[in-house]
Design a protein around this ligand. Structure first.
Ligand code: 3HC
Length: 394
């Protein structure tokens, strides 16, 4: 199937980033949002990105102006859908809003059109029902910032056809990545958070506990960032949460409360910040200050001593074992590659496999005792260490 006309719904950071690389790949792009001001903001960010590339001489055989000319904009989703070959939804993480978008798409797109959601954690199968064409719906999950991050997860919903998965995957591989080679693994089961976000999810349980402890004891959050400092990772978990948005973390955790475990409940501090609109980089203030969107400069002189980097790896490895138990992925090699492409940081499983097998379950039990969070206890696969065999040997 030849894809020419691509419709991106949602002109926020993700939607505009994806629209930029889609137009760079040669597609006719239509960017849709509910308000002209949201579209204007998205277009300005696309223009900024393309101009930057033009200045560097990286737009071969074309210009920023010509590419911008290939991006149409509208607030009329039904009209935009009429001519679409491929639609990608990147609206807020609210199931009702997503269902409404897919209903409108289902009623208006041509028969052959593939429908994709960039949801970061929600059920593709549930979203798909609203479209009335479940076989043609899948997840196509980008990482922020989409033009720079290599990972795109392709998620198979309960009724997604193999053809839909293949078309969505080859479309994703056709989009340029400004930093390295794209990696687009297939997520075999539609489970909350898919692979990369799910592996990382329970570290948020520990973070909520630690952030609230800092607030109680008057310890600056900067010291927590020092606890988490890992030279192999471009951003610590707190800075990354601010970067992605505290509101996104908050809503995702609420979703995990419903779908995974009550221990995912957002803590006091993050709840208060979200209520008052202190959302991280986009509001220039979150857990840290982001003046004009610039990354916070942290001193890293003193630790809070509330957790260690090794504990973060243990939590990620335990969740990776749960993904293997659930059949979301068949081997841990794919998990590590996915983490590397999605966070520019090494995945947890290589550490686990090379380490002492009794050490990790013990460490996880100690963490659960320390925090009172039962979800952090080792799962069966982690306890048995049978995960060692679940690898791809080249
Ligand atoms: N178009 C063109 N150029 C762009 C661009 C764009 N859209 N965006 C950035 N650039 C350029 C920058 O201007 C810069 O150019 P320069 O070198 O000439 O100044 C260049 O690309 C590199 O940008 P940075 O200086 O910002 O690059 P860094 O080396 O600092 O890396 C980073 C930035 C890649 C974001 C790195 O900090 C990183 O890997 N952070 C971790 C990000 C991460 O983990 N993301 C995943 C979050 S979770 C998620 O998204 C899941 C979702 O479901 C919520």
């Amino acid at each position: 199937m030849k894809i020419k006309n691509v419709v991106i719904i949602g002109a926020g950071a993700m939607g505009s980033g994806i629209a930029q690389i889609a137009v760079m790949a040669g597609y006719n792009v239509t960017l849709v949002d509910i308000k002209d001001e949201y579209i204007a903001k998205g277009m300005s960010s696309i223009e900024k990105g393309l101009n930057k590339l033009e200045e560097k001489g990286k737009l071969k055989g074309t210009s920023a102006a010509a590419l911008i000319g290939n991006v149409n904009t509208t607030t009329d989703l039904a009209k935009a859908a009429k001519n679409a070959d491929f639609c990608l939804e990147a609206v807020i993480e609210n199931m009702d809003v997503k269902k409404q978008v897919f209903k409108t798409l289902g009623e208006n797109v041509p028969k052959h059109c593939i429908l994709a959601s960039n949801t970061s954690s929600m059920s593709i199968s549930e979203i798909a029902v609203a479209s009335g064409r479940e076989e043609q719906v899948c997840g196509v999950h980008f990482f922020n910032p989409a033009p720079l991050m290599r990972l795109v997860e392709i998620i198979k919903g309960e009724k997604t056809s193999d053809v839909t998965v293949a078309v969505a995957r080859s479309w994703s591989y056709s989009l340029p990545c400004l930093k390295g080679k794209r990696y687009c693994p297939i997520v075999l089961k539609d489970r909350p958070g898919f692979i990369a976000n799910r592996v990382n999810a329970p570290t948020m349980i520990l973070m909520q506990w630690a952030i609230d402890k800092c607030a109680e004891k008057g310890i600056p959050f900067e010291q927590l960032d020092t606890d988490a400092f890992n030279p192999m990772s471009p951003m610590g978990p707190l800075v990354l949460t601010d970067y992605v948005g505290l509101d996104i973390a908050f809503h995702t955790m609420q979703y995990y409360v419903k779908t995974l475990h009550p221990d995912f409940a957002p803590g006091k501090v993050i709840t208060e910040y979200v209520e008052k609109g202190q959302l991280g980089m986009k509001t220039e203030k979150g857990l840290f200050e982001w003046p004009k969107g610039k990354k916070p400069i942290l001193e890293r002189t003193k630790k809070a001593n509330l957790f260690t980097v090794e504990e973060l790896y243990a939590i990620q490895a335990n969740e990776s074992c749960r993904l293997l138990e659930e059949g979301v992925v068949k081997d841990w090699t794919t998990i590590d590659k996915t983490m590397d492409a999605g966070y520019n940081a090494p995945g947890p499983m290589a550490f686990l496999v090379d380490g002492n097998r009794e050490k990790w379950p013990k460490l996880l039990n100690e963490l659960a005792d320390k925090t009172g969070r039962e979800y952090l206890r080792p799962c069966e696969l982690m306890k048995s260490s049978a995960y060692r065999e679940l690898r791809v040997v080249k």
